[in-house]
Design a protein around this ligand. Structure first.
Ligand SMILES: CC(C)(COP(=O)(O)OP(=O)(O)OC[C@H]1O[C@@H](n2cnc3c(N)ncnc32)[C@H](O)[C@@H]1OP(=O)(O)O)[C@@H](O)C(=O)NCCC(=O)NCCS
Length: 188
């Protein structure tokens, strides 16, 4: 593993530590996957044929497996409050295979930790990691166009709306329309 990538083991912000997931984080992931409001706009969660348990298992296996891969393609970070040690959500950064030099970032918080700036704080550090550790020249973030809280995070991070692709996000439930997908971008 390149030396620079070792820095991924030491990401932190003023109030948060961003650390690898372990099996002990299963309850946090299960809480995320069990809450329909949290997963409403996350199309890998809560799809037909899955259960909260199967989604949590799939996510945790993916997060742990990717941490060991070299070179890095994707990393999921458990967001932990420095003050109390509580695990409060997920932050992610990954290379976009179809766009060389571009990394994508993302975030999920448990409901009771929203409205305190934690996603923006983590997002800023994920963006720094994408530019400085991974060497990306562009950082993007995607979300369903109706996901105003996530769009607000992107805007607070200084990202600008690159476009909205109609019906690009697969519907999770039968009979529902696909969601429109926003892409926000920031170049180095
Ligand atoms: C998307 C999501 C992470 C955004 O969470 P959030 O709490 O709104 O975002 P932040 O943590 O950055 O908090 C920002 C809010 O905290 C407020 N705030 C309070 N203290 C703050 C501080 N010290 N610093 C910055 N903001 C602060 C801000 O004013 C803002 O409030 P507002 O939304 O009323 O304007 C959350 O809604 C979520 O987990 N959704 C479900 C999962 C999801 O959809 N993820 C995105 C997938 S693309």
């Amino acid at each position: 593993m390149s030396k620079a990538y070792e820095e991924f083991d030491h990401l932190e912000t003023e109030r948060l530590t961003l650390r690898p997931f372990t099996e002990a984080d299963y309850p946090l992931i299960l809480r995320i996957s069990s809450d329909p409001q949290t997963t409403e706009y996350l199309y890998y969660w809560g799809r037909i044929g899955t259960t909260p348990e199967s989604d949590a298992r799939r996510f945790l296996d993916y997060a742990v497996k990717n941490w060991k891969k070299s070179p890095i393609r994707a990393r999921e970070f458990c967001l932990v409050l420095k003050d109390t040690g509580e695990a409060i959500g997920d932050g992610s950064v990954e290379w976009v295979e179809s766009e060389p030099g571009t990394a994508e970032i993302g975030w999920i918080l448990l409901p009771e930790y929203r409205g305190k700036g934690f996603a923006t704080e983590a997002g800023r550090e994920l963006m720094r990691a994408a530019f400085e550790i991974m060497g990306a020249d562009t950082v993007i973030a995607h979300c369903d166009s109706r996901n105003r809280p996530s769009r607000n995070v992107m805007e607070r991070l200084g990202m600008t709306l690159r476009g909205i692709e109609p019906e690009a996000r697969p519907a999770k439930r039968l009979g529902e329309k696909n969601g429109d997908e926003c892409t926000y971008v920031l170049t180095k």
